[in-house]
Design a protein around this ligand. Structure first.
Ligand SMILES: Cc1cc2nc3c(=O)[nH]c(=O)nc-3n(C[C@H](O)[C@H](O)[C@H](O)COP(=O)(O)OP(=O)(O)OC[C@H]3O[C@@H](n4cnc5c(N)ncnc54)[C@H](O)[C@@H]3O)c2cc1C
Length: 532
């Protein structure tokens, strides 16, 4: 054993950094151990081709909790988010739809397809916002550890009480959204397929499921509980890419005295007498600490880094059955010019180029993509979202050149992607080219992340962008496993602080924040939490 620390964090993803920050701020001696040569995990900016940089995995920001932004003083460290004037652009073969830019503008767009849906939109927006507020309110609260004594009962009452006091209609919406499919939920509000699909798309992002799969409505909600520059539900572009956020977080950590080690892969969590004792690195070096917090997902932690003999049978069985694999395919491409859409021509930057460009032209299209993926590995008509960051941020590519982030859903996580990676990348390019004929020829370089590449590069088991499926059976007090929803696993002193815990995936900072709170609750007086 070498040097001693109070706490070790396995992984320097954004949640690991947030956790490290709060622990160090409270006076603990903390070391972050990151496997890669860069901190940030799935929130990084990297050069993917000479002269072209991009957020290589996650690429758009909304869910990051304002408290975390303020506590880590991220604005003073360069954190700046550019809002988009419209959120989405949906090209179809002979027309298009845009979403965002204000309620009236969206209503005018919907009216082209259904006057009834245009009229229904303000009430839908208001109802969703009320339900999203429930999520916002509990994001920074530790779920009750059901069966965990008085403290758990109190936490359950504290979090259940405000829900009990909501208007009956909001309670009903809340129940619908946690249990129904996106299709059932949305068809209760809207009649037109284009309109339903415009919202339904959020339900399949990072969700290996169809819009008709029960529970898929929740993922839709998960994408709207954020805010940008005080605007609820908005998404924006972090200037400099997502890595600008995590570099700012790393700077906040260093200021608090956190030690950050890169290329320091953890091979094993050391356990002594049922308690965490430290870690062994892949290099063989052993580092002692009584507190170990895992930023890696529960599947990676408990299936690979913890000795199976250190867990009881039931927990081992639950973790073996933990669902992970979001069926996501992610590409970055360098472009010589912007896509020239048939339905909205032009290669000069226009409003639709700055939006999320979504090819998912109907609810059946999305269901079929999931069915195809289960049968054939992927759909010949894939669901594609494309963002063009250089239309709002010229720091990422050489002058006059562009980059695109392509985020595509419903690709079987279990397939041997070494055999199919290139073919699927070509299909995705063709799919965009069907709508923007200059696209294929404008590509000067590309980087491909199949589900397998996401696992190899970022440590996301099954390529799961959320560290685990976001369904009712793996949410809140049941994330990752019922009885361990409070950031504590079965081994004393070994905590979880990543997206596999409440409130789940996305660049939120919430799991890191909440885990630090619980660690400090166990390890010292709570006044440490409040120390500045
Ligand atoms: C393709 C993709 C697109 C996404 N798009 C968005 C988006 O636009 N907006 C959004 O909000 N969210 C998005 N997400 C989700 C979001 O990025 C993640 O949920 C979030 O970044 C996870 O953060 P984390 O800190 O919990 O874990 P991670 O970022 O996964 O960090 C875990 C860290 O642990 C490290 N590690 C792994 N194994 C070891 C080991 N053995 N030893 C030491 N370190 C190890 C990893 O290298 C990594 O740095 C996306 C994710 C992906 C993959």
């Amino acid at each position: 054993m070498t040097k001693r620390y109070d706490a070790l964090i396995i992984g320097g993803g954004h949640n690991g950094l947030v956790c490290a920050f709060y622990l160090a701020r409270a006076g603990l001696k903390v070391r972050v151990l990151e496997r890669r040569g860069v901190v940030g995990g799935a929130a990084v900016t990297e050069e993917f081709a000479p002269g072209f940089r991009n957020s290589t995995a996650s690429y758009t920001v909304s869910l990051l909790r304002p408290k975390v932004i303020a506590d880590m003083k991220l604005h003073a460290r360069g954190y700046r988010v550019i809002e988009r004037t419209i959120s989405n652009f949906f090209p179809y073969p002979d027309t298009y739809l845009t979403l965002g830019g204000g309620v009236e503008r969206t209503q005018a767009q919907f009216a082209r397809f259904s006057k009834k849906d245009a009229a229904a939109y303000p009430a839908y927006d208001a109802a969703l916002e009320k339900v999203a507020q429930v999520l916002r309110d509990i994001a920074l609260k530790t779920p009750p550890n059901l069966g965990g004594g008085v403290h758990a009962l109190l936490a359950a009452a504290q979090q259940g009480w405000p829900i009990g006091r909501l208007e009956r209609s909001v309670q009903r919406d809340l129940l619908d959204i946690f249990t129904k499919s996106a299709r059932d939920f949305l068809s209760g509000w809207f009649e037109d397929d284009h309109v339903q699909a415009a919202f339904g798309f959020d339900a399949v992002v990072g969700n290996y499921a169809g819009v008709s799969t029960p529970g898929s409505a929740y993922v839709l909600l998960h994408h709207v509980f954020g805010e940008v520059n005080g605007k609820f539900g908005a998404w924006g572009h972090a200037v400099g890419g997502m890595g600008a956020i995590t570099q700012a977080m790393a700077a906040a950590c260093l200021e608090q005295g956190v030690e950050i080690s890169l290329e320091a892969a953890v091979a094993k969590v050391l356990v002594d007498g049922g308690k965490a004792a430290g870690v062994r690195l892949a290099s063989g070096e052993e580092i002692a600490a009584k507190i170990v917090a895992a930023n890696v997902g529960p599947a990676l932690l408990y299936r690979q880094l913890v000795d199976q003999a250190d867990m009881d049978d039931d927990f081992r069985k639950r973790i073996a059955g933990y669902k992970t694999g979001s069926g996501t395919f992610r590409m970055n491409v360098a472009l010589s010019e912007l896509p020239d859409f048939t339905v909205l021509p032009g290669t000069q930057t226009a409003e639709h180029h700055t939006a999320g460009i979504i090819i998912a032209p109907g609810m059946d299209y999305m269901d079929q993509a999931y069915i195809d993926a289960q049968q054939f590995g992927w759909s010949r008509k894939p669901i594609v979202e494309m963002k063009l960051p250089t239309t709002v941020d010229d720091s990422l590519a050489p002058p006059g050149m562009h980059i695109a982030s392509l985020f595509c859903q419903q690709f079987d996580p279990k397939l041997d992607w070494d055999l199919h990676r290139e073919a699927v990348a070509n299909l995705i390019v063709e799919t965009v080219t069907d709508h923007a004929p200059n696209f294929k020829a404008s590509i000067v370089a590309r980087q491909i992340h199949s589900p397998l590449d996401l696992e190899r590069k970022f440590g996301l088991i099954g390529g799961d962008i959320f560290h685990g499926h976001m369904g009712l059976d793996q949410l809140w007090a049941a994330r990752p496993v019922l009885g361990h929803g409070d950031y504590r696993g079965p081994i004393k002193g070994l905590y979880m602080c990543g997206s596999g815990t409440h409130p789940g995936g996305g660049v939120t900072g919430a799991p890191g924040h909440n885990a630090a709170h619980e660690i400090l609750r166990d390890s010292g007086p709570m006044r440490r939490w409040r120390r500045r």
